[in-house]
Ligand binder design. Sequence first.
Ligand SMILES: Nc1ncnc2c1ncn2[C@@H]1O[C@H](COP(=O)(O)OP(=O)(O)O)[C@@H](O)[C@H]1O
Ligand SMILES: [Mg+2]
Length: 361
Amino acid sequence: MITIRHLRKEFPGVTPLKDVNAHIEKGEVISIIGPSGTGKSTLLRCLNRLETPTSGEILVDGENIMQPGIDLSRVRRKMGMVFQSFNLFSHKMVIENVMMAPMDLLGLPARQAYDEGMRLLELVGLAEKALRYPDELSGGQKQRVAIARTLAMKPEIVLFDEPTSALDPTMVGEVLAVIRNLAREGLTMMIVTHEMQFARDVSTRVFYMDGGEIYEDGPPEQIFDAPGRERTRVFVKRLKVFEREITSRQFDFIEINNAIEEFGRRQMLAPRDVQSIQMVFEELCVQTLLKVMGEPVALTFSAAASALDGRCEIIVTYGGASFDPFETNAQDLPVKLLSRRVLAHSHCYAESQNRLVLQLS
Ligand SMILES: Nc1ncnc2c1ncn2[C@@H]1O[C@H](COP(=O)(O)OP(=O)(O)O)[C@@H](O)[C@H]1O
Ligand SMILES: [Mg+2]
């Protein structure tokens, strides 16, 4: 259905797409993952010609959509796009937002656009909000309306660019559920997402983008469980990392606590995990290590949540003599408090560095 050959996109000073090649069949659901700034959005925008590629070929149903004089509005009708920001018209009712493009661009009579619009609102679970205005809806509901509006144009493929990134964590699930349903119905989709579990469940194939190309392309089991290439492995294993280096006892404690909370919110960690990370930082780093450590103060604290199952691991490294607080200070209150939140710990000492790895319970 879509063939991409040697696609290149240059902006002044940066070339996000160097050489992208792919073939997408009808009915495929492709998740695109990768570090930010690797051209994921640019690729989607080139596909529906919101950006003009520098060189290469994009064939849609055998037709080269980069040839001069191509009817761009027809290309865009084939490729629906759902953005991070919902872009609804706030002065129009929900149903009007959905009816508008089919009436204006496809020439559908109002009655038919209305019936079709109501069917789509039902599909996304929002038929009862048809006569409301966007401002009366939650973020998750607005995004579901935006999906219905895109579907109203009967696209052959829908491109989603981080459809849940602007949402409050409590609303992510409802939007992903709608996309999951569309996948079940066989709609062809490409979805740029940071939701790894979702990408794994819903996709037929995953593109890992890095360095201006599709660095690895494979079924979700390959990409997430047995990545073939090094950068993919690093990305899927250690996606969610919080790291801080402490070089003085006068560091900003409140800022770190807030940063851990923000990290937890972005990574959608359970509140208990966020508390555990803060507690490890307080009891282990502040109350134990920084108290016994001589000069110079040198400690790094990093918390990583597995991209897949969300389990947390904390790694603390610090200088000085070999010191395992779980051995030496086992009877002290901070260490006792910690032990309740820590499932397993290991300590090693090499080249004047202590390294403590904790698995949270
Ligand atoms: N319109 C533009 N003009 C100039 N640079 C751009 C433009 N759009 C994107 N870029 C740059 O291209 C690179 C890739 O951006 P993008 O496709 O948004 O990455 P991603 O979606 O993977 O985070 C970035 O360095 C970005 O700054
Ligand atoms: Mg992007």
